[in-house]
Design a protein around this ligand. Structure first.
Ligand code: ATP
Ligand code: MG
Length: 495
C-alpha cells in the first residue's frame, strides 16, 4: 500500500501531462522505495518512454520552462516559485545500458522502448520498482520482487552481483550506503555481500567525486558508525580512507581502552549521536589518524608526540583527495591540527584563550569544543563536558570581543608604512605580528597611541632583531595549544 497523497501535485501533474500526450510515465527509484517503506521521499524521479526532445515539447506547449543539459536523458521541468526561483521536477527517458568495459561507465547510453528494460539496468531490487498513477489509482511494476526485499529489509543486486559490480564498482559502496541510511536492521544479502568482498578493489577505478558523494551520505546518516564499520569489514575502506585502517590493532597507552582505529570510530559515533555537523564528524573520525605513524615505545608508556601535526598533514591529503570543498577541507584540517589544545582553570589565562581563538577562529572554537567532547567519550571517558570545558566556554565568551587578529588592530599595514616611511615588504607583516602579540597579552594596548609608540620602537630595530622578535612572537602563539607533552603529563582527559 502506498499513500498517493504523499506524491507532490507537481509530480502528479508531470505524469498526467505525459500521459495526455500518449506517453508512459512512472515514478521510480528512491522515491518509490521510500513510499513503499512508509517514509517521505526527499526527491522524486519520473521515467518515461518520451525522448528528451519529446519531454521538452510536452511542457513547452504548456508554456513551462525545461532544462536539458546532460547526456543521460534527464530533463528538468521548472515550476516558478517566488523571487525568480524554480522548483525542478526531473524526468528521465527510459534507458538501457550496453556493455561496461571500465567498471564505471556504460560504453554508451541508449534510450529504451520499455519500462522493463529501464528497470533491469538499475542497481538493487529495492530501487527497481516503478509506480504509475492514473485516475487516482496506482499500479506497481516490480520485476525483481523488490517489495519483498523492502519488507525484509534486504539489499540485493538485480541479477548476478559479480556482473553488476564489475559494470559499475560504485554500486558496492551504494549497497553499504543504503544499508546505513535506510535504518536499523537492514542487511546486505549474503551473495551480494560476498561479491562485494571479492570485488572490493574495483573501487579503485571509481572517481573520487562519486566516492565522496556516497561517503558524505554515510557520514551524515544516524547509523554512520555502522556504515564505516561495514565499509571496513567488506574491504572497501582501504580504497576510500586507507589511513584509518593503519590504526587497527595499534594499542594506545594507559589512558585509552581502545586501539587507535576504534578510538577514532567511537569519537565519531559520539559526533553522530550529538548530531554535530559534517566538519566535526569528519574531524572526529580523523583526529588521531597520525597516531600509528608517531607511536614510540610500547605498553603503558607509549607516546605519540606530534601526532596532531602529522595527523593534520594526513587529513589534508585525505580531504584533498576526496575533493571536499576548500572551506570545509580547511576547517577539518584545522580541527585535527588543534584538537589537543590544552586548558586548565587557573593555569591557562585569558591571553592563551585569545591565542586559541586567533589560531582556530571564533567560528571553529565551538566545533573544537565539540571535537574535544567526542575525543573524551571516544576514550571511554564517562563525561563529555566536565567543569573545565564549561569554564573554557565562559572564558571564550568573555574574551570573544577582544582583538585576536591583525585585522582587528587599531593600526593597519598602510599606516605602518606611512609612519615608518617604508615600502611594502614582508617586514610589515612581521611588525603587525609583533604588535598583535602585545595586544593578545593586553587588549588594552589596542589603541593608536600605544601602537604608534611601539611601532617607532620596532622601526628602530635592525632587520635581524626584528626577525628574531617576530619569530618569538609566532612561537608563543601556538605554545599553549600544541603542547602535547604537557597535555600528556597532565592526563587532560581525566577530569
Ligand atoms: P536517495 O533517496 O538517497 O536519493 P536513490 O535510490 O534515489 O536514493 P540515487 O543515487 O538518487 O539514489 O539514484 C536514483 C536511482 O537511480 C536509484 O534508485 C537506482 O534505481 C538508480 N541508480 C543510481 N545509481 C545507480 C548505479 N550506479 N547503478 C545502477 N542504478 C543506479
Ligand atoms: Mg535520489
Amino acid at each position: 500500500m502506498i499513500d498517493i497523497k504523499l506524491i507532490p501535485k507537481k509530480v502528479l501533474f508531470c505524469i498526467e501531462e505525459l500521459q495526455k500526450s500518449n506517453f508512459e510515465a512512472y515514478i521510480v527509484g528512491g522515491c518509490t522505495r521510500d513510499l513503499l517503506r512508509g517514509s517521505v521521499p526527499a526527491d522524486w524521479d519520473i521515467t518515461t518512454n518520451a525522448t528528451p526532445q519529446e519531454i521538452q515539447k510536452v511542457f513547452l506547449d504548456k508554456n513551462i520552462k525545461t532544462f536539458y543539459e546532460n547526456d543521460f536523458g534527464t530533463v528538468g521541468v521548472a515550476f516558478p516559485l517566488k523571487d525568480e526561483h524554480f522548483e525542478i521536477v526531473e524526468i528521465t527517458t527510459y534507458r538501457s545500458e550496453t556493455t561496461y568495459s571500465d567498471n564505471r561507465h556504460p560504453d554508451k547510453v541508449i534510450w529504451s522502448k520499455t519500462i522493463n528494460e529501464d528497470l533491469k539496468r538499475r542497481d538493487f531490487t529495492i530501487n527497481t520498482i516503478a509506480i504509475t498513477i492514473k485516475d487516482k489509482k496506482y499500479e506497481i511494476i516490480d520485476l525483481f520482487d523488490g517489495q519483498n526485499d523492502i519488507k525484509n529489509k534486504i539489499i540485493r543486486t538485480v541479477n548476478e552481483p559479480n556482473e553488476r559490480f564489475r559494470e559499475d564498482a560504485l554500486r558496492m559502496m551504494r549497497a553499504i550506503r543504503f544499508e546505513t541510511t535506510l535504518g536499523n536492521n537492514w542487511i546486505i544479502e549474503e551473495k551480494t555481500e560476498k561479491s562485494i568482498k571479492e570485488n572490493a578493489k574495483l573501487l579503485k577505478k571509481i572517481s573520487q567525486e562519486r566516492i565522496r558523494d556516497e561517503l558524505v551520505k554515510i557520514i551524515m546518516s544516524d547509523n554512520a558508525k555502522k556504515g564505516i564499520e561495514s565499509l571496513r569489514k567488506n574491504g572497501l575502506l582501504k580504497y576510500i580512507i586507507p589511513e584509518l585502517e593503519e590504526g587497527c590493532e595499534i594499542k594506545q597507552n594507559k589512558h585509552h581502552v581502545y586501539d587507535c582505529y576504534r578510538h577514532n570510530l567511537e569519537s565519531f559515533a559520539y559526533s553522530v549521536k550529538k548530531d554535530f555537523n559534517f566538519e566535526v564528524r569528519m574531524s572526529a573520525l580523523l583526529h588521531d589518524i597520525g597516531k600509528p605513524r608517531t607511536k614510540r615505545g610500547i605498553g603503558e608508556s607509549a607516546t605519540f608526540y606530534n601526532h596532531e601535526i602529522v595527523g593534520a598533514k594526513m587529513t589534508e591529503k585525505i580531504v584533498k583527495r576526496l575533493r571536499f570543498p576548500n572551506k570545509e577541507a580547511k576547517s577539518i584540517v584545522n580541527l585535527v591540527r588543534y584538537h589537543l589544545f590544552y586548558y586548565n582553570v587557573d593555569e591557562v589565562g585569558e591571553s592563551s584563550v585569545r591565542r586559541l581563538i586567533k589560531n582556530v577562529g571564533l567560528d571553529s572554537v565551538e566545533k573544537l569544543l565539540q571535537l574535544r567532547m567526542c575525543d573524551r567519550i571516544g576514550s571511554g571517558c564517562p563525561k563529555a563536558e566536565p567543569y573545565k570545558m564549561r569554564h573554557l566556554k565562559y572564558m571564550i565568551e568573555k574574551v570573544s570581543k577582544d582583538p585576536v587578529s591583525v585585522k582587528m588592530l587599531k593600526i593597519n599595514g598602510k599606516e605602518v608604512m606611512d609612519i615608518l616611511g617604508i615600502k611594502p615588504s614582508p617586514k610589515i607583516g612581521m611588525i603587525l605580528d609583533i604588535l598583535l602579540e602585545n595586544v593578545l597579552n593586553e587588549p588594552k594596548k589596542n589603541n593608536k597611541r600605544y601602537l604608534k609608540e611601539k611601532l617607532i620602537e620596532l622601526g628602530n630595530m635592525n632587520d635581524k632583531e626584528l626577525e628574531k622578535t617576530a619569530k618569538e612572537a609566532k612561537k608563543t602563539k601556538i605554545e599553549v595549544i600544541s603542547s602535547e607533552d604537557k597535555a600528556t603529563k597532565e592526563k587532560y582527559w581525566v577530569s
